[in-house]
Design a protein around this ligand. Structure first.
Ligand SMILES: Nc1ncnc2c1ncn2[C@@H]1O[C@H](COP(=O)(O)OP(=O)(O)OP(=O)(O)O)[C@@H](O)[C@H]1O
Length: 294
């Protein structure tokens, strides 16, 4: 059996509220994400999706449990080792979180400059490579205010990929975008997953988003996993009845979507696709991963 790229074991997170009360945002969650997955977290507002996602890179530190990414258990690392491990985990957000007073180029260069150890020409080559990946090379000298929402999110993706991470965490990446821009952005994420083998974990409350790109989803209710299941499996492969209303809705949406979107018919499993010689771009993967190790 292959070792999962991400393993969450019995993770819990409780917030202390201003009135002194306590709120269990994540309750004893265990899950595995395999190399090459596009793994979705879905749930109602306040269910704990974002908090759970933020445990994956320790933006939130769990009160209990273990978070293992690419063989490193993050809660046990020193600050310095955690900083190093986080270079393997990119993240994008609903509101893009770009530096407004910096150009597109400087936004993408920012994490590389902070980390240090690379010459300006190495940084420039990497920034340009990442901007090409998201088809924004021509916007290198623009400022965020001059870009559309979709372009801003692409800059955020380029910045997240700059250090060559194996994992990309996406917190409601399309919630601020219109339907057409959403489709284009999802195509970019799928391309990054298939061609470069980047494993993606995505939080969204939009069924259409998850149905379109995920090969596995977990339904989160009251901070816990209510159910977990595969999506976009070959017809008839996963016929188990769904336990939750959201799970049923998503499965129905997915079935309808499959009938309309020919692309979903092949390959059925994104995890296989990432290592499938028909879709994985060996040269692109090598170019993508190599700068992280210079
Ligand atoms: N720092 C914090 N302090 C106190 N409570 C918090 C904190 N962060 C989140 N919460 C609470 O934890 C619960 C889960 O929040 P979270 O943002 O993870 O949910 P979500 O499922 O992502 O919701 P949404 O879709 O609305 O973003 C919410 O009730 C929220 O108010």
């Amino acid at each position: 059996m292959t070792i999962p790229l991400i393993r969450i074991e019995h993770a819990s997170k409780t917030f202390t509220l201003p009135d002194g009360g306590r709120f269990d945002a994540v309750r004893d969650v265990s899950l595995d994400v395999r190399q090459g997955d596009i793994y979705g977290l879905i749930g109602k507002s306040g269910a704990g999706k974002s908090t759970l996602l933020r445990l994956f890179n320790l933006l939130e530190r769990p009160d209990a449990g273990a978070i293992t990414v690419a063989g490193r258990e993050l809660t046990s690392l020193s600050k310095r080792d955690l900083r190093d491990a986080r270079r393997n985990i990119g993240m994008i957000f609903q509101q893009f979180n770009l530096l407004q007073n910096a150009t597109v180029f400087d936004n993408v260069a920012f994490p590389l400059r902070i980390h240090g150890g690379q010459k300006p020409e190495q940084i420039a080559a990497r920034v340009n490579q990442c901007l090409e990946l998201v088809e924004l090379g021509v916007k290198a000298d623009s400022y965020p205010a001059q870009l559309s929402g979709g372009q801003k999110q692409r800059v955020a993706i380029a910045r997240a990929l700059a250090s060559g991470p194996a994992v990309l965490l996406c917190d409601e990446p399309t919630s601020a975008l219109d339907a057409e821009t959403t489709r284009a952005l999802l195509a970019t994420l799928r391309d990054i997953n298939r061609r470069l083998g980047v494993t993606i974990v995505i939080v969204s409350h939009e069924l259409s988003v998850l149905a379109e790109i995920c090969n596995r989803v977990a339904v989160i209710e009251d901070g816990a996993i209510a159910e977990e299941f595969a999506l976009n499996e070959p017809a008839g492969h996963d016929t188990a009845p769904r336990k939750t209303a959201l799970g049923r809705e998503l499965a129905a949406f997915n079935t309808a979507n499959r009938a309309n979107v020919a692309d979903l018919a092949s390959p059925a499993n994104a995890a296989d696709a990432a290592t499938d010689p028909r879709t994985a771009d060996v040269a692109a993967i090598a170019a993508y991963r190599e700068p992280a190790h210079v």
